[in-house]
Design a protein around this ligand. Sequence first.
Ligand code: SAM
Length: 329
Amino acid sequence: MHDIPLHDRYRRRLNYLRVSITDRCNLRCVYCVPRDTIPRMSHRDILRYEEILRIVRIGVSLGITKIRITGGEPLVRKGLLPFLEELTRLEGLVDIALTTNAVRLQEYLEPLKAAGIKRLNISLDTLRRDRFARITGRDHFDQVWGAIEAAHALGFQPIKLNVVAMKGINDDEFRELAALTRQLPYHVRFIEYMPMGNPNLPGDPYLSNDQVRQRIEQEEKLVPVPPGSTDGPAQRFRYPGAPGEVGFISPLSHHFCDRCNRLRLTAGGKLRPCLLSNQEYDLITPLRAGASDADLRAVFLEGARLKPMAHGLIAGGKHVDARMSSIGG
Ligand code: SAM
């Protein structure tokens, strides 16, 4: 149970921790990492599971109630399942979710369910196999689609499909992707491309979500979904009568900094209060030097307190020089 709820200087309550458990990934998405040149962190520099659990426990004691496991690709790190089982046993956490590219998801579905993970976010930028290979650098579309269908059959709910909307790359597919929700209870969410990760991406693929929505609504308008108590930053809609939802996450055009409730724990053991701002607070060094829980708690509180009011791109930056894979998208 928490004793001091985490707040920042702007009175935002921070109760959501996104944890990157690895910087490694089995895909090379064009917008995320420069192809073939990604420097990998050494194993030594990556938090061990027991270190992550200790930090999460401290976070929970301060009011973190929601965790998302991400990466890199979380399903490539060995020992994930016992770690998740430990995590689900922590008292005070009400929500544990996983973000994955689903390449290895099929083999993990049953054990994930048994470990108590119900909520999956799956990255899927296209429904075309050849295009999938071009975007991700790997020919794994069939595996990913098979895993999505299997997750649905096993009762995972909700299944959120995250699409990075990109001009000239997948913008002719937005309607088709949104139309999945007419038959299936998936939540297809369009995310604005953020200029970070791969600084060498040719052209500017950014499209605002207003532009994306315009394209989707050419034939039929979407209707808003009434807000729920656990809503994140997505603006939620559905086609009339459809079982699924279409969401828009717009970190650039309609940023949600004023109600951002997130902190991030990077694979390298830094507390990062804002995805799009390079300010980080070191937890791994004191932790490995024998710091007490009280010392680590002080770092947590300081990092939270100093969370920036608005993210780096709003503050005038053009590119955030940081890798999503180690921070955790
Ligand atoms: N490997 C997992 C996956 O693919 O879902 C988790 C990590 S991945 C970095 C998390 C999310 O970040 C993915 O949905 C990915 O599309 C998104 N992402 C990465 N780089 C991005 C960028 N430059 N702009 C917008 N979204 C990005």
